[in-house]
Design a protein. Structure first.
Length: 584
């Protein structure tokens, strides 16, 4: 998939735009959901803790008040005396005292006074008179064993007390601190509803547990969740008892010194369904954003990639040989500059190719002209070879020498090779000089100096001979004796071949024409060939043209007048050995 995307700049832009647009959106939404969730849960947890604290405070206050009342009743001498007499003494005074002490608590609990035998003698409730509780086990037994504190126990299935959920007891002591009876407090379900009214909502749950984590009272969601069983199982397993369960937060508090625990259940603000709904909204928003981003990104990627596509198509056309291909762009940005640069490059490439074709055409024309000047060299070479053997047969050495030297020159000129070594070139020039010596009856001498390290350098064939010929015809004109010297040297990767004569020298006009390829003095460079032909230096022009076409405009011929007189023509070409030979 990634390789498929990377094969197209347009697809890369499209994916990049969509990623840049969607990733921040998705990450931001997830971050906001989590932050909102944490913030809301924290706020609700604070409210839940406050509400649980209110409930715990109500229960703690209630049981503290009950503890104070039972303590006061357990130490009343009048109550102790009446209980010892089985309630037959001072009943009215005892009831008055009982009702007075429990005035603020009677709506939330029932207060009874039991005899030492467990018989109810006094009660703030109805139907409790003469009911009996066991004294050998249960709450009365525990209360007698702990006379200094109030005993609180969950109510069992005692006869006639099925509606009572919780009881608290304290022994009644006489003046000698001996137990003569019991103060018993009973709380039923309706009492707990009055006590806890206003501290919880319809979705909440409240449970009161004893010290064995058994439920004493449950209401709301705590009933169906069986909170006591769950918490006791957690406690037995060593797990945290206040961990949320069934999408409810759990808050547990100890109620004073009663050994009881209050449990407050509040539904979690963020349930799994709520979180799922929020992420569903996020998915819908992401899908909508994806479609919108894809549309915008597709348009933007088309806008940005269109210049690249146009440039790519134009480059393929140029690669196929269509140098007229151009990129048409009206943009002013970097893409527009790139298109303009490509158009400039294509135009310059076309100009360069046309120049190369023109140079090759000129080179071909020069070579054709030189070949035409050979006057059917094959026939001439064969004729000269015949003349050489006839001259030898008739003992005429001069004619044999002329024929042999000229045949060697012609043999090289008609060969297919365009380049020969500098040594071979100078040997041809030497042959030419030998022929001319016979012609001019030895009026000049010819020498050449060739360093051994330059003998293998390759040069275009027959480039030195026209210059030597020019020196003989023009340089040694009107001279009885003359000397022509050809010398080769190299410097900084360039080969210099100097042709020097000690003749009459050269005029400024001709010197200027030669160094400017026939241009100057009102003659343009394009007409230089005609000007040099008129001056009799067409060989100079041809050699200079061949060198420039082969090696470039920085190479060629130059002419100067040495201080000692005469003329010096310098041929400058790059140093190339035989392995660097290039076809023209």
């Amino acid at each position: 998939m990634w390789n498929f995307i990377r094969k197209s700049f347009k697809r890369e832009l499209l994916v990049s735009f969509v990623a840049v647009a969607l990733l921040p959106l998705i990450l931001s939404c997830i971050f906001l959901i989590q932050m909102f969730k944490v913030k809301l849960e924290r706020d609700y947890q604070k409210k839940d803790l406050e509400q649980a604290a209110v409930m715990e405070e109500k229960l703690t206050t209630l049981f503290q008040t009950i503890d104070d009342v039972t303590l006061h009743l357990s130490k009343e001498p009048e109550i102790a005396a009446s209980i010892r007499e089985s309630g037959n003494r001072g009943r009215s005074a005892v009831y008055a005292k009982l009702y007075e002490e429990t005035a603020s608590l009677r709506e939330m609990a029932q207060f009874d006074l039991y005899s030492e035998e467990g018989i109810c003698l006094y009660s703030t409730g109805a139907g409790m008179f003469h009911t009996q509780l066991p004294v050998y086990w249960g709450i009365l037994k525990v209360a007698e064993a702990h006379p200094d504190e109030m005993t609180v126990r969950r109510e069992k299935e005692y006869s006639g007390s099925s509606n009572i959920l919780l009881r608290a007891a304290r022994p009644v002591l006489d003046s000698e601190d001996s137990s003569v009876g019991y103060v018993l407090v009973s709380i039923n379900g309706s009492n707990f509803e009055k006590i806890l009214g206003g501290t919880y909502g319809s979705q909440d749950g409240i449970c009161i547990l004893n010290n064995f984590w058994e439920p004493v009272y449950s209401t709301g969601t705590a009933v169906r969740e069986e909170i006591g069983t769950v918490l006791r199982r957690r406690l037995m397993a060593g797990e945290a008892v206040d961990e949320p369960f069934h999408n409810n937060s759990v808050y547990i508090s100890e109620i004073g010194r009663t050994g009881l625990y209050s449990v407050f259940l509040r539904p979690k603000v963020f349930t799994a369904d709520t979180t799922k709904s929020m992420y569903s909204v996020l998915i819908v928003m992401t899908a909508a954003s994806l479609m919108l981003c894809a549309a915008v990104a597709a348009k933007m990627s088309n806008h940005l990639s269109r210049p690249i596509q146009s440039l790519n198509e134009a480059m393929h056309e140029v690669q196929s040989g269509n140098l007229e291909a151009r990129v048409h762009s009206t943009r002013n940005d970097e893409f527009g500059q790139l298109s303009e640069s490509f158009n400039t490059m294509a135009s310059e490439l076309k100009t360069y190719m046309e120049m190369q074709v023109s140079q090759q055409k000129k080179l071909n024309e020069v070579q054709i002209a030189m070949m035409q000047a050979q006057l059917n060299p094959h026939f001439l070479y064969n004729t000269l070879d015949t003349m050489k053997w006839v001259a030898k047969a008739n003992h005429i050495p001069e004619i044999a020498t002329l024929a042999a030297k000229l045949a060697k020159i012609l043999r090289t000129s008609i060969s297919n090779a365009q380049f020969i070594t500098l040594k071979e070139e100078l040997e041809l020039v030497d042959c030419y000089a030998e022929i001319q010596k016979i012609r001019f009856q030895g009026k000049f001498c010819f020498d050449y100096e060739l360093p051994e390290e330059l003998a293998g350098c390759v040069v275009p064939k027959l480039v030195v001979q026209p210059i030597v010929e020019n020196a003989m015809i023009h340089g040694l004109k009107d001279c009885e004796e003359g000397h022509i010297l050809v010398r080769a040297c190299s410097k900084e990767g360039r080969l210099f071949i100097e042709v020097m004569d000690d003749g009459c020298g050269i005029s400024d006009e001709v010197l200027n024409h030669l160094n400017n390829r026939g241009a100057g003095a009102g003659v343009p460079e394009e007409g230089g060939e005609e000007a040099l032909l008129r001056l009799g230096h067409i060989g100079f022009y041809n050699v200079d043209t061949i060198i420039r076409l082969h090696y470039g405009a920085e190479y060629g011929l130059s002419v100067c007048r040495p201080e000692g007189g005469g003329t010096k023509v310098t041929i400058m070409i790059p140093v190339r050995q035989g392995e660097e030979l290039c076809d023209a």
